[in-house]
Write a protein that binds this ligand. Structure first.
Ligand code: SF4
Ligand code: SF4
Length: 200
């Protein structure tokens, strides 16, 4: 996956940025961070991240919007839950990470492959209530483009063939789950409640 350069110019501080983040579903928890570094030393994918979760919290609190959005940290979170289990302040860091990814996408930061993948994944689940791997792969690569298809087709051909052999990438879409409309209603209701700030 291609990396992004973290901006090397003068830092810009956006005083409204922290407020935007605090307004996210789990954003308020960030205020509790005491910068102890436990998440940093526990993180399974820290070595792949531009900034540790601890440093990322600091970027948000100090209003470094561009530095934050241009870093790969949230996208490299593997949701292993280690940080959440160990944070002495009980901060649900992995839930914050989910919120941040959604927020980044809603703000138009969709260039990363992980953002494309999440969007394709969600669309598949929304359409049928269950995953259709063939649709996921098609959606992902249609968005990523021909260059990426050629690169991944070469690098992942053995893995892909194995998955197909074991029926893990079916070509025919499965039937939708029963009650899909009800699931949609639940999701829409949850979204509306979130927008109104209920259940916080
Ligand atoms: S472990 Fe919790 S309190 Fe410590 S730096 Fe990480 S988020 Fe902050
Ligand atoms: S959940 Fe994400 S941020 Fe937390 S330790 Fe695991 S990979 Fe790191």
């Amino acid at each position: 996956m291609t990396g992004f350069n973290v901006s090397s110019g003068p830092l810009k501080y956006d005083t409204e940025f922290a407020k935007e983040i605090y307004a996210l579903e789990n954003g308020r928890h960030i205020k509790k961070c005491m910068q102890c570094g436990m998440c940093e030393v526990s993180c399974a994918t820290r070595k792949e991240m531009d900034y540790s979760p601890r440093k990322m919290f600091l970027l948000m609190r100090t209003g470094q919007r561009e530095e934050f959005f241009n870093s790969n940290t949230m996208w490299m979170c593997s949701t292993c839950l280690m940080c959440k289990a160990r944070c002495p302040r009980g901060i649900p860091i992995v839930d914050v990470m989910h919120d941040l990814k959604c927020y980044a996408i809603s703000e138009g930061y969709t260039e990363r492959p992980q953002a494309t993948f999440y969007q394709a994944f969600w669309t598949e689940i929304w359409n049928r209530g269950k995953m259709f791997e063939g649709g996921l792969v098609a959606r992902y690569y249609l968005k990523r483009g021909w260059k990426e298809i050629r690169k991944d087709a070469f690098e992942m051909k053995d893995f892909g063939m194995d998955m197909m052999k074991h029926g893990r990438i079916p070509l025919k879409p499965p039937k939708s789950i029963k009650g899909l409309q009800d699931v949609h209603k639940i999701v829409e209701k949850a979204k509306a409640q979130l927008q109104k700030g209920e259940d916080r």
